[in-house]
Design a protein around this ligand. Structure first.
Ligand SMILES: [Zn+2]
Length: 56
């Protein structure tokens, strides 16, 4: 029996009892996935110049 600590809820669980490793359950896996996706989504866009349409 191998004990792991869930990265999402920090709970210790038996690795043999989880189908969503390295998380303790599927719900924690989804929570982590959503967190990761939202972090990607909020990254500032680089190399994007502001529109410059000032009239001459
Ligand atoms: Zn968990």
């Amino acid at each position: 029996m191998a004990l792991l600590t869930c990265p999402t809820c920090s709970r210790t669980f038996d690795a043999a009892q989880s189908a969503a490793l390295p998380f303790c359950c599927d719900r924690c896996r989804l929570v982590d996935l959503h967190r990761w996706l939202s972090e990607q989504h909020t990254l500032p866009l680089a190399c994007e110049d502001p529109p410059d349409d000032s009239p001459d």
